[in-house]
Ligand binder design. Structure first.
Ligand SMILES: NC(=O)c1ccc[n+]([C@@H]2O[C@H](COP(=O)([O-])OP(=O)(O)OC[C@H]3O[C@@H](n4cnc5c(N)ncnc54)[C@H](OP(=O)(O)O)[C@@H]3O)[C@@H](O)[C@H]2O)c1
Length: 290
């Protein structure tokens, strides 16, 4: 997500200040607060997170330090400096038992440590008294770093058949679309007095799909942008045949109506975002894989 924001063409008058792990380990509250104080931003976007859903089950301390305590530290700074915070959260705050898309008012019930740590981060931000937007997003993919699209394309290099879970449904969010939505939010916040009301919003993809459906779309996109890329045979399997340390919600569809009507940020068209992302990943894999 942070890399996608860095890819944006920023409008005149906006000067982004980037901070990564080299600038501060966000679990070091003193270093983080010092960094924020020295940077003195007008707004903070927190893209940092512990995102390894399965590993979190055996590293709850690390997950909570990054996903719960650090957002609390950032929010405390935001409260004292009177600057707003945009923070990302996740569909994995829900248990997936709802019949239909989740709204912002549905009760959270995380199934694993990662989701629980993100809930704790949301709670810490709300309790801080800072002005904030919490954006829950889902199934994030983009040209950079590890994500499902890269995993599928890389797996196809060495496997003619892939089994992909078909009974988990979500609303995938491409990072370029999310980054554009951040720009929209900033623009409204800067220029319209009542343009970007604070609160919790669901900002993710427009079309529900299973992991198997997403994999199918990935290889369809690959066929258009890189016809020579191997296209494996995809087999739909139930979650029960793909055991993982962390349980995942069967339904993590996020309803985007609130963000659309209140912020003017509609659900993101993920299918049309796939080809350019697939092309970028394939180019990267061609360069980096032996
Ligand atoms: N990925 C998804 O499918 C997904 C789904 C729903 C919601 N989200 C949420 O969306 C947001 C963005 O996720 P993403 O996919 O962009 O995650 P990501 O690719 O895993 O990036 C997370 C970033 O946080 C940094 N980070 C982790 N611990 C840190 C620490 N202690 N100090 C400083 N930096 C640290 C990482 O740096 P290093 O590279 O050095 O570790 C990395 O740059 C997160 O809030 C995530 O929970 C993601």
């Amino acid at each position: 997500m942070g890399r996608a924001l860095a890819d944006l063409a920023w409008p005149p008058g906006v000067q982004p200040i980037w901070a990564g792990r080299q600038e501060a380990d966000i679990t070091d509250a003193a270093a983080l607060t010092d960094l924020l104080t020295r940077s003195a931003p007008d707004m903070i976007v927190n893209c940092a997170a512990y995102t390894q859903v399965d590993k979190a089950e055996s590293e709850p301390e690390s997950a909570f330090a990054v996903n719960a305590r650090a957002p609390g530290t950032i929010a405390a700074y935001c409260r004292s400096a009177q600057v707003p915070l945009l923070h990302f959260s996740t569909d994995y705050v829900f248990d997936g038992s709802k019949d239909g898309p989740y709204t912002e008012d549905d009760p959270v019930a995380p199934l694993g440590v990662y989701g629980a740590s993100k809930v704790a981060g949301e709670d810490a931000i709300r309790a801080s008294g800072a002005d904030h937007w919490i954006w829950r997003t889902a199934w994030v993919f983009g040209p950079h770093r590890a994500n499902f699209v890269r995993t599928m394309l890389r797996a196809a290099m060495t496997n003619s058949r892939l089994s992909v879970v078909d009974d988990q449904i979500g609303t995938p969010a491409p990072t370029p679309g999310l980054a554009a939505a951040v720009l929209t939010l900033m623009d409204r916040w800067r220029h319209e007095s009542a343009g970007a009301p604070y609160g919790t919003y669901h900002v993710s993809g427009d079309e529900p799909v299973s992991w198997h459906g997403l994999a199918t779309a990935i290889f369809e996109a690959a066929e258009t942008v890189a016809p020579d890329w191997p296209r494996p045979e995809l087999t739909a399997i139930p979650t029960a045949q793909w055991p993982t340390p962390a349980r995942r919600p069967a339904n993590s569809r996020l309803a985007g109506a609130r963000a659309a009507s209140v912020l003017g940020i509609p659900p993101i068209a993920w299918r049309s975002a796939l080809p350019s992302i697939v092309a970028a990943i394939i180019e990267d894999l061609r360069e980096t894989s032996p």
